[in-house]
Design a protein around this ligand. Structure first.
Ligand code: MG
Length: 389
């Protein structure tokens, strides 16, 4: 029998890769529902190709809905929740980025779904709440993010007591071998050496904030202490994760830097998909490097460990602050080099709340966004305008 899949965020980058995997295995999976916020014409193509029964739009659009009689349409935040809870679906792929991915994640957990999660913000901001809900349900979360997917595939095949550390790899981004100076241009930051991703995550890769978020995500996903989560720079991005066992062995999981690999592995888990049409690494032509991250050059990585260790509302604050500051940078208002300092200032101003309720996390998220704008404006006034000199 085909597994019935709901895809939330079908028109984004992870959504497209997910569709390509479903397209490659038509005998195994059926796309029963899809949501797409970004691009209606793309959504129309998805509907024509995959014939889902349920489609969620950003907002009600009777002209679009009339084009597809026989399909059940929903829209907005409530529509996303309806899709996440869909009784016909076995598996929910959550490819909605940002805090908007949290509510459907919790809804799918409460309905005991198998959840393929590509949303890291929800785990960063509300990891403890997600885990508490998971403990009350029969839902499982399979991480799609390449590093966590690699570690998940190793982790779950070992006895937990035999694992001494997990190691997330990081490409190091465009500034691994380059100094970060005042005049770094947006285009330099968006030139990711190995992965082709959206602009927000590419900036986070350049500051290594992305890896910091992944450390926090790993802490919750694998329920493992921070001192046993390591980061290794691996510029080739082919080894995605490692685990070290108590005898000192290192087990690695490697595949081409193509998101269709982790998506297919999690769709089929615990089985292994046969003959993926996405190519494979030719081991004869590789020279893999691994090195320690430069903690001075990438202070946000260190900050993520501190914030993760502190827990409470601070991870949500870090996530929100980063989102606003990076937005400003991408809009051309802020030099790249200022990003870490501003984020640190925002986090420092918050008094932490331990074991916060979901509402307290959401309030902290909102407060951090407002505060980020205030602090940034104050700092921007002090930065000399290069044009006027
Ligand atoms: Mg990743």
């Amino acid at each position: 029998m085909k597994e019935k899949v709901v895809l939330l965020g079908g028109t984004g980058s992870i959504g497209k890769s997910s569709l390509d995997v479903l397209r490659s295995y038509p005998r195994d999976f059926y796309l029963v529902g899809v949501s797409g916020h970004n691009n209606l014409e793309e959504l129309a193509l998805i509907i024509q190709e995959f014939t889902p029964q349920y489609v969620c739009l950003k907002e009600e659009d009777s002209e679009f809905i009339d084009r597809f009689p026989g399909i059940n349409f929903a829209w907005g935040e409530t529509g996303i929740i309806e899709l996440a809870e869909l009784s016909e679906a076995d598996t929910v792929i959550n490819a909605i980025p940002g805090m908007a991915g949290l509510a459907p994640c919790l809804a799918a957990i409460r309905k005991n779904k198998r959840i393929l999660s590509a949303n890291k913000e929800a785990f960063v901001a509300a990891g403890e709440i997600i885990n508490a809900e998971l403990d009350k349900s029969d839902a499982v979360i399979l991480p799609v993010d390449s590093e966590h997917n690699a570690i998940f595939n190793l982790f779950t095949r070992f006895d937990r007591k035999d694992i001494s550390a997990i190691k997330l790899t990081a490409s190091g981004g465009p500034f691994l071998r380059r100094e970060i100076t005042e005049d770094v241009a947006i285009a330099d930051v968006l030139k990711h050496p190995t992965w082709n991703m959206g602009p927000y995550i590419t900036v986070n890769s350049a500051t290594m904030m992305n890896k910091g978020f992944e450390v926090i995500e790993a802490h919750h996903l694998f329920r493992i202490d921070y001192d046993r989560i390591k980061v290794l720079i691996h510029p080739q991005s082919q080894v995605h994760g490692l685990i070290e066992t108590i005898d000192g062995s290192q087990f690695i999981c490697a595949s081409p830097n193509d998101m269709r690999y982790p998506i297919a592995l999690s769709l089929f888990y615990p089985r292994i998909p046969a003959d993926p049409p996405f190519g494979k690494i030719d081991m004869r032509h590789q020279s893999w490097e691994f090195e320690e991250p430069d903690w001075q050059k990438f202070p946000l990585l260190k900050l993520a460990y501190e914030v993760g260790e502190a827990g409470g509302i601070l991870p949500a604050v870090l996530n929100a602050a980063n989102e606003i500051v990076v937005e400003k940078f991408l809009a051309g208002f802020l030099p790249f080099i200022y990003i870490p300092e501003i984020i640190k200032q925002i986090v420092d101003r918050f008094e932490n709340i331990s074991q916060p309720r979901l509402e307290e996390i959401l309030i902290a998220d909102k407060k951090a966004r407002i505060m980020a704008l205030d602090i940034m404006n104050a700092i921007l006034e002090q930065i000399p305008d290069p044009e006027s000199e």
